[in-house]
Design a protein around this ligand. Structure first.
Ligand SMILES: Cc1ncc(COP(=O)(O)O)c(C=O)c1O
Length: 422
C-alpha cells in the first residue's frame, strides 16, 4: 500500500483552500449605492458634468494617485487596456520595438502589437525571475523605443538597473505591476518609478474590481494620451457639446462606476492583504527550507513583494525526483502547485504562424526562436514551482498543510520511481 495519494494512499488534505477574492459587506454596500444612484458608467451626454467624471472613478483614481505619490491615476477596464494606452502614450511608433520579458502574461507583450509595434524579448535573472537590465541592453536596436519590465509574482524587478539602461538609450519605461499592487522597490511603490506603471484588478489579483486596471504617471503628455486612448480618441471638453470626433486611434477602455466602487473598498484593504500574503508565504518558505531543494524567488534586501504568487526554484537533483512527478503528487495530496508559469511568450503562435499585420512592414530582427531566452526556458521547463494559495483568508493551518504535503511527497519520493506522468 502506497503512502502517496497519487498512488492510492490517503490524501493529506480533503478541504479546498479558502476562496478568492475576499468580498465582504463593504464591497456589497458600495456596489448597491452605485446601483441605487443609477449612475452606472457615467457615460452620459452631459459634457464636463458626468462624462468620465463619475464620483467613484474619480475617488478611486485619487486614492491610487495619492498612495503612489504621483500626479495622475487613470482608471481602465483592464490592465491590458492600460498597457495598450501606455504604449501609445509613450509615443511608440508603428514598427518600433518594445523590450520585455518572455516570462509574463501575454498582454505585457501583445500591448506593443496593439500599437503596431513589435515586442522584443530579453531574458530574466535566474534568481529574481525578473527582466535582467544587462539582457535588455543587449537587445537594444535603432528601433527600440520602450522597455516594459514586469514585477513578476509581486516581487519588484531591478528598476534602478532598467532605468539606467533606459536613460542611456533615451527609452521610455512602462512598469507592468499587474501582479504587484502595493509592492515596494527600495521603499518606493512600484509603478511610480518608470515613466508610467499599470495595475490589474481582474478577479485573481491581489485586489479586484471584477475587471479593471489603472495607469499611473507624473507625465502630463502620457496622462493626456492615455485618457484619449481610453475613450475612442475623443477629447471631451468641459461645458462643450460632444464632438463625436476622434483625434487619435482609441477604444472603449472605460471603467464602470460599479467596478470603481468595488475597487475602492478592495484598495483600502490592499496593504493589509499584502501583509497577510507575506506572513503566509513566510510560513511555507520557512517550513520547506530545511528540505534544501526549494529556493524561493529572490526578493532583494529592502524590497517588499506583494506575493501574488509564491514561487520557488526546484532543484531536481537535490529533490531526487523529476518536477512533473513531484507536482502531480502534491496536487493529489490536495495542495495545488504548478510546475512552470506561462510558456516563454515567443512560443505563442502569434509570433510565428499567425503573425499580425505589422510584421509585413517591420524592418528589425526580433528573435522568436526557441531558446532565445535560456534562463526563462530553464525556469519554465525545469525549475519553477508555483502556488497562489498563500493569500487571505488562508490560515496558519492551511500553510502547515502545504509544508506537510511537500514534506510527505519528498519523504515518499522513492514511490514515484514507477510512476509515469501523463
Ligand atoms: C503580468 C501581467 N500583465 C498584464 C496582465 C493583464 O491584466 P488584465 O487581465 O487586467 O488585462 C496580467 C493579468 O493577468 C498579468 O499577470
Amino acid at each position: 500500500m502506497s503512502n502517496l495519494a497519487l498512488l492510492g494512499g490517503k490524501k493529506l488534505r480533503e478541504a479546498p483552500f479558502p476562496p478568492h477574492p475576499v468580498i465582504d459587506e463593504r464591497e456589497k454596500k458600495a456596489a448597491m449605492e452605485v446601483l441605487e444612484s443609477g449612475m452606472l458608467s457615467t457615460f452620459v451626454a452631459s459634457p464636463g458634468k458626468y462624462f468620465l467624471w463619475g464620483k467613484k472613478i474619480r475617488e478611486f483614481e485619487q486614492l491610487f494617485a495619492d498612495y503612489h505619490k504621483v500626479k495622475y491615476a487613470i482608471a481602465f477596464n483592464s490592465a491590458t487596456a492600460a498597457l495598450h494606452a501606455a504604449v501609445v502614450a509613450c509615443d511608440v511608433q508603428p514598427g518600433e520595438e518594445v523590450i520585455t520579458t518572455p516570462y509574463t502574461f501575454t498582454s505585457t507583450a501583445t500591448s506593443a502589437l496593439m500599437a503596431n509595434a513589435v515586442p522584443v524579448f530579453a531574458d530574466v535573472d535566474a534568481e529574481t525571475f525578473n527582466l535582467s537590465p544587462a539582457a535588455v541592453e543587449a537587445r537594444i536596436s535603432p528601433l527600440t523605443r520602450a522597455i516594459t519590465p514586469v514585477h513578476l509574482f509581486g516581487a519588484p524587478a531591478d528598476i534602478d538597473g532598467i532605468m539606467k539602461v533606459a536613460k542611456k538609450h533615451n527609452l521610455k519605461v512602462i512598469e507592468d505591476c499587474a501582479q504587484a499592487p502595493g509592492a515596494r522597490y527600495k521603499g518606493k511603490p512600484v509603478g511610480s518609478i518608470g515613466d508610467c506603471g499599470i495595475f490589474s484588478f481582474t478577479e485573481n489579483k491581489n485586489i479586484t474590481s471584477g475587471e479593471g486596471g489603472m495607469l499611473i504617471t507624473n507625465d502630463d503628455h502620457i496622462a493626456d494620451v492615455a485618457r484619449l486612448v481610453r475613450n475612442h480618441g475623443e477629447a471631451i471638453l468641459a461645458n462643450q457639446p460632444r464632438s463625436y470626433s476622434s483625434s487619435i486611434l482609441g477604444w472603449n477602455y472605460r471603467m464602470t462606476e460599479i467596478d470603481a466602487a468595488i475597487g475602492i473598498e478592495q484598495f483600502k484593504k490592499m496593504d493589509q492583504f499584502n501583509a497577510e500574503r507575506n506572513r503566509l508565504a513566510k510560513i511555507v518558505m520557512d517550513g520547506v527550507a530545511p528540505l534544501g531543494f526549494l529556493v524561493p524567488q529572490k526578493i532583494p534586501e529592502g524590497d517588499y513583494s506583494a506575493f501574488y504568487a509564491l514561487a520557488f526554484r526546484y532543484d531536481e537533483e537535490k529533490a531526487g525526483v523529476p518536477r512533473k512527478k513531484f507536482v502531480d503528487a502534491l496536487n493529489a495530496e490536495g495542495v495545488p502547485f504548478a510546475g512552470g508559469y506561462v510558456k516563454p511568450l515567443y512560443y505563442s503562435p502569434i509570433y510565428h504562424d499567425n503573425k499580425p499585420f505589422i510584421y509585413k512592414h517591420y524592418k528589425g530582427s526580433a528573435d522568436y526562436s526557441p531558446n532565445s531566452c535560456p534562463v526563462s526556458e530553464r525556469l519554465h521547463f525545469k525549475e519553477l514551482l508555483l502556488t497562489i494559495i498563500c493569500r487571505p483568508t488562508a490560515t496558519d493551518k492551511d500553510m502547515q498543510d502545504v509544508v506537510a504535503a511537500v514534506r510527505k511527497v519528498y519523504e515518499n519520493r522513492k514511490e514515484l520511481e514507477g510512476y509515469t506522468p501523463a
